[in-house]
Design a protein around this ligand. Sequence first.
Ligand code: CA
Length: 232
Amino acid sequence: MATTILVVEDEPAIAELVAVNLSFAGYKVLRAADTIQAETLIRAEQPDLILLDWMLPGSSGVQFAKKLRADDRTRDIPIIMLTARSEEGDKVEGLESGADDYMTKPFSPKELMARIKAVMRRRAPQLTEETVDICGLSLDPSTHRVSGGEQGLDLGPTEFRLLHFFMTHPERVHSRSQLLDQVWGDHVYVEERTVDVHIRRLRQSLSASGHDRHVETVRGSGYRFTARPSSG
Ligand code: CA
């Protein structure tokens, strides 16, 4: 699944330059010239990150960022504000509106990529390609390999994404609906009990190295991946 980035920018030359660079880096790019187009695109497909121009026709980028932060569905989407202004006051206003980072135009494509990676690592670690290691369980997103100790473990694609999400968000309880949003993605109609089926398969795969006990059921709430399992 390619990471989807929504570019909200009304200057065609900048939008084009950014989109070309993002596509070249392997991202899926959605483009909007104003916040109305952006809202339509977000309704159809939830982006993993938004590059948001400050000065847009109609509603400004700052107003739009505040609106996204106020909505449960979009509050967690990382936002990088793009702006031609460089005054310190604006920067503060941009960050207070809920943006995760702030870039002043003109910027180099290299700087843009570095900022995107940094924000994604901070906000959505399950979307990066970095290997995760917890208690001898190791998951490598770039090769799609999972191993427990010395042993290679065989996981289906959904179980792999589920484990990746768990390992990048350990010790927290995730409800079934949160897992559906994060692992299955938005706008996919799947029943909540589907989560239980994949949890069962995940545990089965992890049991080969005894790591199944790290996936805990939290009664009435959901599931948790823990480095300190209470049983076993
Ligand atoms: Ca603009």
